[in-house]
Design a protein around this ligand. Structure first.
Ligand SMILES: Nc1ncnc2c1ncn2[C@@H]1O[C@H](COP(=O)(O)OP(=O)(O)O)[C@@H](O)[C@H]1O
Ligand SMILES: [Mg+2]
Length: 375
């Protein structure tokens, strides 16, 4: 069992700057939770408070039944039974892989035979068995980060905290390490709190994502929920690519400003609205027509089937191998469309195209940009 209970955690700095305001949630046993947000939004601070490197201004943190932080109680990091990995590899340069991983057990004065057994077990988990006698300088960045991961896991912590552990690795390695971390988490059945500013990383790994902006949790949900039903424009923009089109909702349709065209809409918003439309949720229909019946968006107000069509002209297209990245000019307004790369050969810049919208979300346009909603 390792449940982290966070109750009304607030972090205010001495200069009065309020970073986290009454953050409450329960991270479940064996859950992979990700704190996702831009730099400076408070992710590391949250993690450091769970680890015990930093004290909250007010609030309580419990790990299982143990209060580790409250007005009266502060349990130091070494007594919390937590493993932590940082962005910088932070492994001991003068120690071998074996010694690095054995270090927490040595400090805890575990018997030699026990240390060997545990280290060998973890070496296998992090795929470093053949490198035991190397020092970090003889390892790649990815291998060094696996040493840090092994060291964090060897004492079988209740909770693993990871602060942007893949940010210093190159793109290909970052992608494969995601799956390795996820696999280790499943095998060990450990609760993980993961911090990143990379939305695809969060999507690939998490059971639940907390999208944070300026110290405020904007939305909590699984990857599909966050991606397909972002509660506001900030979340829609942060977790993927999106076109924002302004318009006016009335009589079952949204009239798109400047485009002279409208799309069907039956949701709760009225008057000034913003339509969020992901480029990959738009199909370019061949001039002859075709394509199945498009399905319309689930807006925060519910699923509204119907047909969304727009007529425009292909302004440009970029062949990217896996996709065709297009810009479509609709009466002077530009909409980005990402479509099947095979369409590149069929389409010509300047030609007329019909767009069918598979899914979009309509937000009330209150001029705020939509951020700041607390869930
Ligand atoms: N002791 C402090 N006093 C004032 N501001 C701080 C202090 N520590 C951190 N901050 C500020 O809090 C913000 C959040 O920091 P951090 O938790 O590191 O964000 P993230 O990990 O999301 O990038 C940053 O803007 C940082 O400047
Ligand atoms: Mg940080």
């Amino acid at each position: 069992m390792s449940v982290i209970t966070i109750e009304k955690i607030t972090r205010r700095f001495s200069d009065g700057y309020l970073l986290l305001d009454e953050f409450s949630n329960v991270f479940k046993d064996k859950e992979f939770v990700t704190l996702l947000g831009p730099s400076g939004c408070g992710k590391t601070t949250m993690l450091r408070m769970i680890a015990g490197f930093e004290k909250p201004s007010t609030g309580e943190i419990r790990i299982d039944d143990m209060v580790v932080n409250s007005d009266k109680i502060f349990v130091p990091p070494e007594k919390r039974n937590i493993g932590m990995v940082f962005q910088s590899y932070a492994v001991w340069p003068h120690m071998t892989v074996f010694e690095n991983i054995a270090y927490p057990l040595k400090i805890a004065r575990a018997p030699k035979a026990k240390i060997r057994e545990k280290v060998e077990w973890i070496l296998e988990k992090v795929h470093l068995s053949q490198y035991v006698d190397r020092t970090p300088s003889q390892l790649s960045g990815g291998q060094q980060q696996r040493v840090a991961l092994g060291r964090a896991l060897v004492a079988e912590p209740r909770v693993l905290l990871l602060d942007e552990p893949l940010s210093n690795l190159d793109a290909k390695l970052r992608e494969s390490m995601r799956f390795e971390i996820k696999e280790i988490q499943r095998e060990l059945g450990i609760t993980v709190v993961y911090v990143t500013h990379d939305q695809t990383e969060a999507m690939a790994m998490s059971d639940r994502i907390f999208v944070i902006y300026k110290g405020i949790v904007q939305q909590v949900g699984g990857p599909t929920e966050i991606y397909r039903r972002p509660v506001n424009q900030f979340v829609a923009d942060f977790v993927g690519k999106v076109n924002f089109l302004s318009g006016e909702a009335r009589e079952g349709r949204v009239e798109l400003s400047g485009m002279g065209q409208s799309i069907p809409y039956q949701g709760p918003c009225t008057g000034k609205v913003i339509v969020a439309l992901r480029p990959e949720n738009i199909n370019i229909l061949s001039p002859k027509g075709g394509s199945g019946a498009p399905v319309l968006a689930e807006s925060p107000g519910g699923i509204r089937p119907g047909e969304g069509r727009l007529e425009g002209r292909l302004a440009s297209q970029f062949y990217l191998g896996d996709v065709n990245d297009c810009r479509v000019d609709i009466n002077g307004e530009i909409v980005r469309v990402i479509t099947d790369s095979f369409s590149y050969d069929d389409l010509k810049e300047g030609q007329k195209v019909s767009l069918s919208l598979r899914e979009f979300i309509v937000y009330q346009d209150d001029g705020s940009g939509g951020a700041g909603i607390v869930t």
